[in-house]
Design a binder for this molecule. Structure first.
Ligand code: CA
Length: 219
């Protein structure tokens, strides 16, 4: 999953980026509202962490513009302590959730997991497909109760597919959601990851849809 992190405080931004990358997210950054808006307009993020107090264009305006343009990307806003009116304005402008500074990384991660799974129409933190289960909290994948050992890239591919069972996902889409913007992307590597995943999973679970992409067989 790929996130846009918008925060103008360089120390906080660096901390958040580390925590998010440790949790397996591909992270793009913006340190002002103008760049944030452009990136959100042009890149397919799975969620956005949006500070409200930003240079050039404030976070609330950025959020309103995205929503006016019909962008449905989940947005979690960061608000200053005790500023309850920011939370109200933010939610009314289309934010899906908020956190008040300072906050614990664990809470941000839990809220993001919730936003991403709900945006994909998944209510449970454990995604299932037949006997395959992926626990989005622990990152543990099991097959009939037995742990399946995956590399981080294999996990990212499976995580994206398991959020969308029965849906065709192209290699380009997988590439865009697994790598950050500054990464040297090659959609051929997706084929390699899928090939390795297939060897570890029941046959036929990840279907190839000719000329279109991959689909996780709906159990
Ligand atoms: Ca700020």
């Amino acid at each position: 999953m790929r996130l846009l992190l918008v925060e103008d405080d360089p120390t906080l931004r660096a901390q958040l980026r580390l925590g998010l990358e440790d949790a397996g997210y591909a992270v793009d950054e913006a340190d002002n509202g103008r760049d944030a808006q452009f990136q959100g307009d042009t890149e397919p993020y799975d969620a956005v962490v949006l500070d409200l107090g930003l240079p050039l264009v404030d976070g609330l305006t950025v959020l309103k513009r995205w929503r006016d343009a019909g962008r449905a990307t989940p947005v979690l806003i960061l608000t200053a302590r005790d500023n309850w009116s920011d939370k109200v304005s933010g939610i009314d402008a289309g934010a899906d959730d908020y956190l008040t500074k300072p906050f614990h990384m664990e809470e941000l991660l839990a809220r993001l997991r919730g936003l991403i799974r709900r945006a994909a129409g998944q209510a449970s933190p454990v995604l299932r497909c037949g006997e395959l289960a992926l626990d989005t909290r622990s990152g543990r994948v099991t097959l009939a109760g037995q742990t399946v050992a995956l590399t981080s890239h294999e996990y990212k591919v499976l995580d994206y597919l398991m959020h969308r069972p029965g849906t065709v996902v192209s290699r380009a889409e997988l590439t865009e959601h697994i790598y950050a913007q500054d990464f040297d992307r090659d959609s051929n590597t997706i084929e390699v990851f899928v090939g390795r995943l297939r060897k570890k999973l029941p046959p036929g679970l990840i279907e190839t849809v000719r000329g279109q992409g991959y689909r996780l067989a709906a159990a």
